[in-house]
Design a protein around this ligand. Structure first.
Ligand code: HEM
Ligand code: HEM
Length: 162
């Protein structure tokens, strides 16, 4: 893989930063329930969840802005149309996830004085499960490229060695 077919450093660093933060959202979102209501660890995990989630929203907006101005390297030419379509659809869903999920989270805790009912919370909880499935598909695809196709695709998203 030569330098021309890599993601640029900003896209690479934003990708991995957001990926780690998304994992932290699953850790916090699913672990705080182990602690009693009103307990210190539960409150701490909840506040961390809100802080990291809001950071993801900001970074997600930054990513989409960056992406619009920076075309990613083309997919390997020998991938079928269907595979390319699946890759693009998954990537769009992942972008949508890092924007919509925090918005639903914010709507869950702050309804601007209006009662929105349960739907933001229900959709946020459903969103979490859908995101697990999409990320699993995404990671499985990355492993398939790395271990089975051996086409060096993962290297495009790894920081370049100086
Ligand atoms: C261990 C976990 C992950 C691995 C191994 C991984 C790997 C990759 C790789 C190799 C690409 C480049 C695909 C290409 O060259 O066309 C990519 C793109 C992408 N990844 Fe991940 N990823 C991971 C986690 C995540 C997570 C958690 C998210 C977001 C929730 C995410 C969102 C994206 C998006 C949106 C793109 C498309 C970038 C673009 O073309 O604009 N990834 N990922
Ligand atoms: C990409 C960002 C986010 C991800 C991946 C995420 C993920 C999760 C997960 C996995 C849960 C547990 C769901 C369950 O119990 O089944 C959860 C719950 C929750 N999240 Fe998030 N979250 C994100 C952003 C946010 C933000 C920004 C906020 C608030 C500002 C927020 C507020 C909440 C709240 C209030 C709950 C509890 C809902 C309930 O009471 O059932 N989340 N989130």
């Amino acid at each position: 893989m030569n330098g021309k077919v890599r993601y640029d450093p900003v896209a690479v660093w934003l990708h991995w930063l957001v990926a780690v933060l998304v994992l932290a959202q699953f850790a916090t979102g699913w672990i705080w329930g182990w602690f009693e209501r009103g307990s210190e660890p539960r409150f701490y995990l909840f506040r961390t969840h809100i802080f990291i989630g809001s950071t993801i929203l900001a970074l997600g907006l930054l990513r989409v802005g960056w992406r619009l101005g920076h075309t990613p390297p083309p997919l390997p030419a020998d991938m079928s149309r269907l595979q390319a379509l699946a890759a693009h659809a998954t990537h769009r869903l992942l972008y949508l996830a890092i924007l919509l999920q925090p918005v639903l989270g914010l709507l869950t805790i702050s309804t601007f004085g209006k009662s929105l009912g349960r739907w933001p919370r229900d959709l946020h909880n459903l969103g979490a499960k859908l995101i697990v499935a999409i990320v699993a598909l995404h990671v499985a695809a990355a492993l398939w490229h790395q271990l089975i196709r051996k086409d060096g695709l993962l290297a495009r998203m790894i920081p370049a060695r100086p």
